[in-house]
Design a protein around this ligand. Structure first.
Ligand code: C5P
Length: 357
């Protein structure tokens, strides 16, 4: 059997799950702060942030994929050997063949879905208190389970179905207080936040998250292709929808006329915007590892752990007031997630034959 990948003796599965939990809470807070702490006249473009996320993530994945190719012409296991022009070119050719393989088109579907989702996240983070966004976003466990049942033919136990129902109820309870919480925000937050717009964005993002995640898992586990090659393919297919969003979004179209396109793309793109992008890049890379080494359902468990971290940070940083509906709703969500992960069923991955049937 292939050795289980690990870092310092700890299986990569657990390292990636814990990293994802911490990354998720950091992202919720940094993204929220980067959007609501600045007046809308000085707001950075979310579409540019999503594009930068894909460019950086794609470049890092390309670098890792390149390093992972064994130089075929030599037995010397040295990094330096890759810099020899002949070895470099042969690795480059092999990598290009892998990236532009006949089945690379499969990644176009999750790529488009993730671009939509990443843009919706900014809408949600701009219109909901950070902790409310975090809890509502747990509904993606529900959509992920539904798509896993349909696409991966996964069987759920009755306890898991009950916990999914509890999850939906918990999110509903938390929603009751989102309007109340907004009234405790600063006057700047009050004037810019729109709870129903934010909630609609979260619901839509939960659908794309479930569908894209399960689709990516299906593609990944049904072929021998390297994870990092798949990530490069995903980022490449994301570029077109990212650019389309920039070109066709109203605000960009207006500003393109008055100044150069490059400066309008990056206008107001300050420290917080870059911090948001970098945390998102980390999240993308870790998410891919979690999907590969465990699965989408365990990913949900990791992100629900991040609720607790975000709660405490929101109280400290944003003067977030905890109300009873919020505390009860969040406890129900956490409990539902824990219940869901009791005796998880083995995922039956559909094979190529199933897909043709
Ligand atoms: O909320 P959810 O877990 O669905 O978010 C997944 C995030 O991870 C998205 O921002 C998506 O762009 C990113 N991702 C990625 N590469 C993958 C899978 C997901 O960058 N292979």
């Amino acid at each position: 059997a292939a050795p289980i990948p690990s870092i310092g003796g700890i299986p990569l599965k657990y390292v990636s799950l814990v990293t994802l939990a911490v990354q998720n809470s950091m992202l919720t807070i940094i993204m929220h702060y980067s959007r609501v702490s600045i007046p809308s006249s000085r707001m950075y473009s979310a579409a540019t942030a999503v594009l930068m996320n894909e460019v950086l993530k794609g470049s890092i994945s390309l670098f890792i994929a390149f390093c992972r190719i064994e130089p075929s012409s030599s037995a010397e296991p040295s990094v330096l050997i890759s810099l020899r022009p002949r070895v470099f070119m042969s690795k480059f050719r092999k990598l290009s063949r892998d990236i532009f393989s006949t089945d690379c088109w499969k990644l176009s579907i999750p790529a488009v879905l993730y671009v939509i989702q990443n843009n919706l996240q900014y809408v949600a983070a701009s219109n909901l208190p950070a902790a409310t966004f975090q809890v509502s976003y747990q509904m993606k466990i529900l959509t992920t389970a539904a798509f896993s049942v349909v696409m991966l033919r996964k069987k759920l136990t009755s306890l898991q179905w009950v916990s999914l129902l509890a999850l939906a109820i918990g999110v509903g309870i938390v929603q009751i207080q989102s309007g109340v919480a907004a009234h405790h925000g600063s006057s700047l937050e009050l004037s810019t936040m729109n709870a129903s717009k934010g909630f609609l964005a979260v619901v839509a993002a939960c659908f794309t998250s479930g569908l894209a995640g399960v689709y990516f898992e299906m593609v990944l586990k049904n072929s021998q292709a390297d994870l990092w090659v798949r990530n490069v393919q995903l980022s490449l297919f994301s570029l077109l929808p990212c650019l389309a969003h920039i070109v066709f979004s109203d605000s960009a179209a207006v500003s393109f006329g008055s100044s150069g396109w490059f400066s309008s793309l990056f206008s107001n793109f300050g420290l917080w915007a870059w911090a948001t992008v970098l945390v998102q890049v980390l999240g993308g890379l870790v998410t891919a590892m979690v999907i590969k080494y465990s699965d989408n359902i365990l990913k949900g468990f990791a992100t629900s752990l991040s609720i607790v971290i975000s709660f405490l940070a929101s109280v400290a940083l944003f003067d977030f007031r905890m109300t009873w509906p919020f505390i009860i709703g969040s406890a129900v969500v956490l409990n539902a997630t824990w219940m869901y992960n009791q005796h998880p069923q083995r995922v039956r991955i559909v094979t190529g034959r199933d897909l043709k049937a």
